[in-house]
Write a protein that binds this ligand. Structure first.
Ligand SMILES: [Cu+2]
Length: 476
């Protein structure tokens, strides 16, 4: 067990027996004091100070809930309550969560641990917690009405079970789920293997986050809870780009990322510059025979995917949901396509009637990323984020894996932008461009940048003003 000794040494734990000896017997009979978190920052891994050792995870823009040992039982205290979550700079949402944040804190235990979780309800309605994916006694499964009565406002319930199998799990209410999950109540649970596991390799960095989604009107604070599919904020741990921290690793680190999906649609999660293996689901580690290299893995609703890769390419690698609507923020919907429509004359006339009229996207939507448009207070920009070469033009479910040679082991701080070696950045061609032969044949007098005649819009462009949410076409 030299690896465990090394781990104990590196974690700075002398004998591994730093129990809660200073807490009196009377205090032990009371609830553990709930630990609150007021910041949306990515907190450093919580190195275990009691119980069995393990290699802790890092929760993206989140944190791990501390526990106390009470006669061999790991005790946690979750408080279900309204929270204010900063989803990105300048935009706060009024959500429901646990212990000060949405999502709630990550719970980390070791296979075989007996776990006792106190859940206090500070909401105005019943709640409960379902421990998604766990093997446990039926009465601890958390489905209100089926396995237990709901936890009434002001009451505290106790869940207790043994974490029987190692893996990645989630927790969320099973009471008024549509509302409580739309409001942000959820969290991650990691059960670490107690010994070396044939299907769970040790890694240098282990990141976790949940996929979630909200529908908050620009300028508003509270999600619309009736929305089923048309969400306008696609988030990782209730953060949206550029509010999502980057995943910072050292060159050649073995990296694990665990992603759980508690939205109402699937998310194909895509990593640039590397291939990964899907090494686990919420059902546990995958058999080696099922593993194949991928650069995108679909995380369906209610699923978890665990990916492993070696970060052996230095740089700032995009890491995002591949549904392009999920990498933009509010206002990304109900805008008609204007590409190819020449507005010049019309815009002037409309401006006489509506002074603030603005033409959106006649050359594409990228203009939106540079436009200094007045936004209502408390609104996230649609596509934004500054990169070293200008606007990244992204929002929502987007971040980066930053791979650096000089990132120290255990250092999760942002190393800044990658400095590309000379000759390794795409560059502008400044020579002459040949005239495509096809265009010459199709047009008698080609103007620069013109398209073939039959693809040009008719001279008389008829434009119908379309109200948002209207499903009638652009009329003739
Ligand atoms: Cu997505």
């Amino acid at each position: 067990m030299s690896s465990r000794r090394d781990f104990l040494r590196s974690a700075g734990i002398a004998g591994g027996a730093v129990a809660a000896a200073s807490v009196s017997r009377v205090a032990m009979a009371a609830l553990p004091e709930p630990v609150m978190q007021m910041k949306p920052d990515t907190m450093p891994p919580l190195v275990p100070q009691s119980g069995r050792p393990y290699n802790p995870v890092v929760t993206l823009n989140g944190w791990t809930l501390p526990w106390r040992m009470n006669q061999g039982v790991k005790e946690f205290h979750l408080v279900a309550e309204p929270v204010v979550r900063e989803m990105c700079e300048g935009f706060k949402a009024h959500l429901w969560g646990y212990n000060g944040q949405s999502p709630g804190p990550t719970i980390e235990v070791v296979e075989g641990d007996r776990v006792r979780i106190f859940v206090t309800n500070k909401l105005g309605e019943l709640t409960s917690i379902h421990w998604h994916g766990q093997r446990l006694p039926n009465g601890m499964d958390g489905v209100t009405g089926l396995n237990q009565p709901g936890i009434a406002p002001g009451k505290t319930f106790v869940y207790e079970f043994v974490a029987r199998r190692p893996g990645t799990f989630m927790y969320h209410p099973h009471a008024d789920e549509m509302v409580q999950m739309a409001m942000g109540m959820m969290g991650f649970w990691i059960t670490h293997p107690k010994d070396k596991h044939p299907l769970i390799d040790p890694v240098d960095r282990d990141f976790v986050f949940l996929l979630n989604a909200y529908d908050v009107d620009p300028g508003a604070y509270t999600p619309k809870i009736m929305t089923m599919l048309d969400f306008n904020l696609w988030s990782w741990n209730s953060r949206i780009f550029p509010g999502i921290d980057s995943l910072n690793v050292r060159l050649n680190d073995k990296v694990r990322i665990r992603i759980g999906n508690l939205t109402m649609t699937n998310h194909p999660i895509h990593l640039h510059g590397h291939e990964f293996l899907v090494t686990g689901t919420d059902g546990g580690p995958t058999p080696k025979s099922s593993r194949q290299y991928e650069v995108t893995t679909d995380v369906a609703v209610g699923q978890m995917r665990q990916i492993d890769f070696v970060a052996d390419e230095p740089g700032d690698w995009a890491f995002h949901c591949h549904k392009s609507h999920h990498t933009m923020n509010a206002m990304g919907h109900d805008v008609p396509t204007m590409i190819g429509v020449d507005h010049r004359g019309i815009a002037k006339q409309i401006t006489k009637l509506i002074p603030d009229y603005m033409v959106m996207g006649e050359r594409g939507m990228k203009d939106m990323t540079e436009m200094d448009m007045p936004l209502p207070d408390n609104t996230a920009a649609m596509m934004t984020g500054k990169g070293p070469f200008g606007s990244v033009g992204m929002g929502g479910m987007f971040s980066m894996v930053k791979v650096r040679k000089d990132q120290k082991p255990g250092d999760y701080s942002d190393p800044g932008w990658y400095k590309h070696p000379a000759g390794e950045v795409a560059y502008e061609w400044t020579g002459s461009l040949p005239d495509p032969a096809r265009f010459k044949a199709e047009t008698s007098a080609p103007k620069q940048g013109s398209m073939p005649v039959e693809h040009m819009p008719a001279k008389q462009v008829e434009v119908q003003i379309r109200k948002p949410k209207s499903h009638t076409g652009m009329g003739h």
